[in-house]
Design a protein around this ligand. Structure first.
Ligand SMILES: [Zn+2]
Length: 140
């Protein structure tokens, strides 16, 4: 397959580099097309070592969230949320919802990733969209 290559070295370096460019790229398996997250040397579904870094839409649905009121990390000042988002491409990522919080349940709310500096590097966070809530489909 053109543009395909075996992933070598530290698995998540290209993902962080993609966020420096204002988007999220994840490994997409060259053999079964599954998106892979967290980055890994082989596909957890078919064990292929071949993948292509592919941009995701950045759109997803909130599966769960928690608000931390206690300080565990110097770079996370409470209160802050930790939000599980299932990307439209399938992988589940943990990010932080910023901006307005949902009224009522957070579950099923549509979000879109945005990027900004946190703790010295560009990281993703989520922003609510105007899209209607949907039932999330956990695939893992
Ligand atoms: Zn695969």
């Amino acid at each position: 397959m053109a543009n395909s290559r075996a992933i070598k070295g530290i698995d998540d370096v290209p993902m962080w580099a993609s966020m420096e460019r204002g988007r999220l790229e994840l490994q997409r398996c060259d053999d079964c097309s599954a998106f892979r997250y967290p980055p890994a040397p082989v596909c957890p579904k078919c064990l292929s070592a071949h993948a292509t870094w592919t941009p995701v839409s950045g759109k997803g649905t909130i599966l769960s969230w928690v608000i931390f009121h206690r300080k565990y990390f110097d770079d996370h000042v409470p209160p802050y949320n930790s939000t599980a988002v299932q990307l439209d491409e399938g992988p589940i990522i943990v990010t932080q919802l910023q901006g307005p919080e949902p009224e009522g349940s957070w579950i099923g709310r549509r979000v879109e990733l945005a990027y900004g500096e946190h703790a010295g590097r560009i990281q993703h966070h989520a922003l609510l969209t105007d899209e209607p809530s949907v039932a999330a489909e956990a695939s893992q």
